[in-house]
Design a protein around this ligand. Structure first.
Ligand code: DGY
Length: 322
């Protein structure tokens, strides 16, 4: 029996590639070239499946141009790069990699939030620049994490993992979400309190964004929302760049209407708004929240599991389409 043909659209762990090769005829991209939409469409010709990451946009045009495609497996929990409604219309299965990255991503959310509040990268740059000549009582002072109020926007599995970690910091947790969690989940999430977005922004000392990106969540945080935040508050974004209006955030950081921001994601990444680079009160990281060795391998294997199931006629464990 001939094996289905697949495209692995980005570089991937060699052991996962080898696993895929047991099931499929694989065209890989270990050079890790970033394909344009046209190149992607070209590479997909004759393929029944694809393992992709967020840099590949699967939309109506791509689907129309690749009639033999049966499945796309995203190696990410976020799937704003896939038009799932169009996949339904073209009867193409789509999957993501939930759960395997929850704890690692929550760890990183904390790391970024703490670096942001405690000005760690700013202080390190200053030290490396040879500016440390004496200890001062007010050098790099910032807000405390412990005993403060944490506001989580997007209380899915990663948001809940972030909330659980806050118990050790003796924090009060507010959250805003599409719907309220079941009481036992709120309890497990450090007795998180469900509030409006406005109340959360007004009362939180540290706000973290963990919600999925879609047209409905575009610029969830813009000028009006930033204006509600405390001047001592921090904002951390580990979700997707488009959730925050960059221009409004730059204005708030420049005018210190909020204290600082930590950003792991950007609207047009890997490009970022150049004004961020000139600000000292923002910590910038290159979309690495899930980047532990174990978790990235688990994500790759999870995407492979989905593809193997979907192309052999079984239901992929993390199916996004019906
Ligand atoms: C995810 O899994 O969605 C991460 O942001 C990596 O893209």
């Amino acid at each position: 029996m001939t094996k289905p043909h697949i495209l692995v659209a980005r570089a991937i762990f060699p052991e996962v590639l080898a696993r895929l090769a047991e099931h499929f005829e694989v065209e890989s991209n270990q050079e890790d070239e970033i394909y344009s939409q046209q190149q992607l469409t070209g590479r997909l010709q004759g393929k029944q499946g694809a393992l992709i990451t967020g840099s590949a946009r699967i939309n109506e045009q791509v689907l129309a141009a690749v009639p033999g495609l049966r499945m796309v497996a995203n190696m990410a929990v976020g799937y704003d790069n896939i038009d799932t409604a169009a996949c339904e219309r073209f009867q193409v299965l789509a999957s993501n990699t939930p759960d395997v990255l929850n704890e690692t991503t929550a760890d990183f959310g904390w790391a970024l939030m703490m670096a942001t509040a405690r000005r760690i990268t700013e202080a390190e740059h200053w030290l490396r620049a040879g500016k440390w000549t004496k200890w001062r009582y007010d050098s790099f002072i910032g807000p405390d994490l412990h005993g403060s109020t944490l506001g989580i926007i997007g209380m899915g599995r990663i948001g809940q993992a972030i909330a659980r970690r806050s118990t050790g910091f003796n924090m009060q947790v507010l959250y805003h979400n599409r719907s309220r969690l079941a009481p036992e989940l709120e309890q497990a999430a450090n007795q998180a309190q469900f509030v409006s977005k406005e109340q959360l922004l007004r009362e939180s000392d540290h706000v973290i964004l963990v919600l999925p990106y879609s047209a409905a969540t575009h610029h969830t945080i813009a000028g009006a929302e930033l204006a509600l935040m405390k001047p001592t508050a921090t904002l951390t974004n580990i979700a997707r760049g488009g959730i925050v209006d960059d221009q409004a955030l730059i204005h708030a950081l420049r005018n210190k209407t909020i204290a600082a921001a930590g950003l792991d994601v950007f609207e047009n990444e890997p490009a970022l708004h150049p004004d961020f680079l000139g600000l000292t009160n923002v910590v910038l990281t290159p979309h690495i929240a899930s980047a532990s060795e174990k978790t990235r391998l688990a994500m790759a294997n999870c995407a492979a599991d989905n593809l193997i199931a979907g192309l052999s006629g079984q239901r992929p464990p993390n199916l996004l389409t019906s």
